[in-house]
Design a protein around this ligand. Structure first.
Ligand SMILES: C[S@@+](CC[C@H](N)C(=O)[O-])C[C@H]1O[C@@H](n2cnc3c(N)ncnc32)[C@H](O)[C@@H]1O
Length: 253
């Protein structure tokens, strides 16, 4: 996507690949959210392992809500040729992706543009593109729900339940409520709070594990993964900082 989007993004990609950029990236991390790079990398690895496990065990439908520029579903589409994939995203974000991948097999991979803040998840668009709610589905909402108002999150949980056959799984991430009432990573610097509020992208939804058990019913929570669980995924990470605050939840119906 960076290669096809514009001259600036091609240049950015070149810079990212330079060895000299690494200490700069580390510095940027230190002055924004220490430990965030490792958090993102391990969050992605964890969710990709959960999705692969579901597909290996026979799930034939995978839907990513708010994938942004994440390549996960495209990678899985190349690997699991008998499964169907959907990406549901804000039209502004999705436009870049559809332009970058014109060669996608639209029999197996579907894009649905949907602004979830203004309209409910489009069940008809899903069904019209071959989605079968009688088949188990693996749903992903990674790094998304914190941008949506609480009533929209509740409505989304209900819609996904209505579309999910027994055996479906839902992996999502949430910001864990803090005692100071702020919705942010623990190590987040004030600079980031300011930047997010200027861009109009502040986090607006947070919850606790206890509240979630009730609010996601009839989804049953199978597991939470926090920074300590993510750390255990790699042996050599014992002394490396991993940003705290966003937790992964795996639920099933
Ligand atoms: C921080 S990105 C996360 C991208 C990806 N899931 C990941 O974890 O790498 C947030 C994503 O949420 C999507 N998003 C935010 N608000 C949305 C809305 N109102 N409707 C649909 N998608 C939305 C954005 O388009 C973007 O793809």
């Amino acid at each position: 996507m960076l290669e096809t989007h514009s001259f600036q993004t091609r240049l950015f990609l070149k810079i990212l690949r330079q060895a000299w950029f690494r200490p700069i990236a580390k510095l940027i991390e230190r002055i924004t959210i220490p430990g965030i790079l490792l958090h993102y990398a391990l969050r992605k690895k964890n969710i990709s392992q959960l999705a692969r496990a579901a597909l290996v065990h026979g799930t034939k439908q995978l839907v990513v809500i708010g994938p942004g520029f994440d390549p996960l579903s495209l990678e899985l589409h190349r690997e699991f040729r008998t499964a169907q994939f959907w990406e549901i995203d804000h039209p502004a974000t999705q436009g870049h992706k559809t332009r970058a991948f014109p060669e996608i097999d639209h029999q197996l991979f579907h894009f649905i543009a949907n602004n979830l803040s203004s309209t409910a998840l489009d069940k008809n668009a899903l069904r019209n593109s071959g989605f079968d709610s009688a088949q188990p589905t693996f749903w992903i909402a990674e790094g998304l729900l914190m941008y949506l108002q609480p009533d929209i999150v509740s409505r989304l949980m209900i819609t996904l339940k209505e579309l999910s056959a027994p055996g479906s799984q839902f992996v999502f991430t949430f910001m864990e409520k803090q005692s100071n009432g702020r919705i942010r990573f623990h190590s987040q610097r004030k600079l980031v709070d300011w930047w997010l509020s200027r861009r109009g992208e502040p986090f607006v939804w947070e919850t606790t594990r206890h509240e979630l058990v009730e609010s996601v019913r009839p989804w049953r929570i199978l597991r939470f993964f926090n920074h300590d669980d993510l750390r255990e995924m790699e042996l050599e990470l014992t002394d490396k900082p991993i940003a705290r605050g966003e937790v992964i939840c795996l639920a099933e119906i």
